[in-house]
Write a protein that binds this ligand. Structure first.
Ligand SMILES: Cc1cc2nc3c(=O)[nH]c(=O)nc-3n(C[C@H](O)[C@H](O)[C@H](O)COP(=O)(O)O)c2cc1C
Length: 414
């Protein structure tokens, strides 16, 4: 088939796709270039109704999954290569993000070659991007082992439709000569003018009650909320499949970085001893992990006096009328009344405050807690009292080490 005639096919006839044809197409497609000729991919063929039904929810029940005679799940695969290395006295180092990208590249190149060959043969194909939206579900159904990750799904069958062809942007939108040529507003207009003027797209905007076609994408089809939630699941699944290291994170889950501090954070109140003095730490939590820390003397005139029973509360970011930022601590007493201690920063010695700010910066960017503790305990501050303070802060943070972490021996805490 001429590439200029190609289109995605989402409806198929009942005519089967023979094993012989499928195997030939897969074999021919394996002429695709791959990294080091390692062929870092595998193809899982699904023909049974039962498995298709199981895969359907992972693809948001797109009807092609159960309707197509064949569903192919193409996976980034470093498992086979790793097993080969282990069996040949070679030590593989492919349990990392770079290896995932290499394997995903191989898998997607293979996928596209297969699509071209299959379409040439007259078959109809639909590429399902939903594969990476809920990969954990596909991994479970297909029993994919560690170092195998699904990156593409193709529904394959003989076409039972001939849909209209979709438009394409002009090549000026995709080609840059020598260096990247930034998009001025005029260039953006020129690139998208034709697409936006198509009746089908105007209709799309109208039925979705939007002002622009771009809003259909941002507000309905691919929203920030969905992208962020699915990104988190994607990262967690990459870790589960051992393409990312997560030692040091509780439950092996890498928390996402939230740069803009939420206005209110839950916090733990942790008391600790600094030399002979009694101190208190307020540990702001996001996703149950320390996000920031404030420390200060307890019961001092200048310090903080809170009832012994208070173990939890909230740290609230507050702006006064002049726009000055401050942090308040709020807790609820036994009778259910709220008490707010205003201006945590003003109550503390500025030197400790500055060091706590640095530690909070590190926590905010989610350095694993064991590394944060190592960093803090390696600091050589100007006097014994400050060094004792760092030891106290390190002790406070040990509370948040994942259970599995045996890196630090339990110390007695005051
Ligand atoms: C990464 C990727 C993800 C896609 N995901 C889906 C999908 O989940 N469902 C679907 O019906 N089509 C999907 N498609 C097909 C596109 O919608 C289609 O290629 C595009 O609209 C252009 O239409 P055409 O292929 O007919 O030229 C996907 C294609 C790609 C490359």
């Amino acid at each position: 088939m001429n590439i200029k005639q190609r289109r995605t096919i989402r409806k198929y006839t009942q005519q089967p796709v023979s094993d012989e044809l499928l195997n030939r197409l897969i074999e021919d497609a394996s002429r695709t270039q791959t990294m080091g000729n390692l062929q870092l991919y595998s193809v899982v063929v699904t023909r049974s109704e039962e498995k298709k039904e199981q895969l359907a929810p992972a693809h948001f029940y797109q009807p092609m999954v159960t309707q197509a005679p064949v569903v192919l799940t193409i996976c980034a695969d470093f498992r086979r290569t790793t097993d080969w290395c282990l069996q040949r006295e070679a030590s593989p180092g492919y349990d990392n993000a770079l290896s995932f990208v290499n394997a995903a590249t191989d898998a997607l190149l293979f996928t596209q070659t297969f699509c071209c060959l299959a379409e040439e043969e007259g078959l109809g194909i639909c590429f399902l991007g939903t594969t990476i939206y809920q990969p954990q579900a596909i991994i479970a159904v297909l029993e994919l082992p560690e170092l195998v990750f699904p990156v593409a799904t193709l529904t394959v069958g003989w076409p039972a439709e001939r849909p209209r062809q979709t438009d394409r942007l002009p090549i000026q939108a995709i080609v840059h000569q020598e260096t990247y040529n930034p998009f001025t507003p005029e260039r953006i207009d020129a690139c998208y003018k034709k697409r936006e003027s198509l009746a089908v797209n105007k209709h799309f905007v109208e039925i979705n009650e939007k002002q622009t076609l771009a809003q259909v994408f941002t507000d309905i089809r691919y929203t920030r909320k969905d992208n962020e939630a699915m990104s988190e699941a994607l990262i967690a699944t990459l870790a589960q499949q051992k393409f990312m290291k997560t030692e040091g994170f509780p439950g092996g889950i890498i928390p996402s970085v939230v740069e803009r501090r939420p206005e209110v954070l839950e916090c733990d109140v942790v008391r600790f001893q600094n030399k002979k003095e009694k101190w208190v730490a307020f540990v702001g939590l996001l996703d149950n992990l320390p996000y920031e820390i404030f420390t200060g003397l307890q019961d001092d005139e200048e310090g903080i006096a809170i009832p012994k029973s208070v173990m939890k509360g909230f740290i609230i970011k507050h702006y006064d009328r002049e726009g000055q930022k401050r942090y308040d601590f709020q807790f609820v007493n036994k009778r259910g009344y709220k008490t707010t201690i205003e201006g945590l920063s003003e109550r503390f010695n500025p030197k400790y405050w500055d060091y706590a700010k640095l530690i909070s910066g590190v926590l905010r960017y989610r350095m694993p807690i064991d590394h944060v503790i190592r960093l803090i305990t390696s600091l050589q501050l100007e006097n014994d009292t400050m060094n004792s303070w760092t030891a106290g802060v390190a002790r406070v943070l040990k509370k948040y080490l994942p259970d599995s972490s045996q890196m630090f021996e339990e110390e007695e805490t005051e």
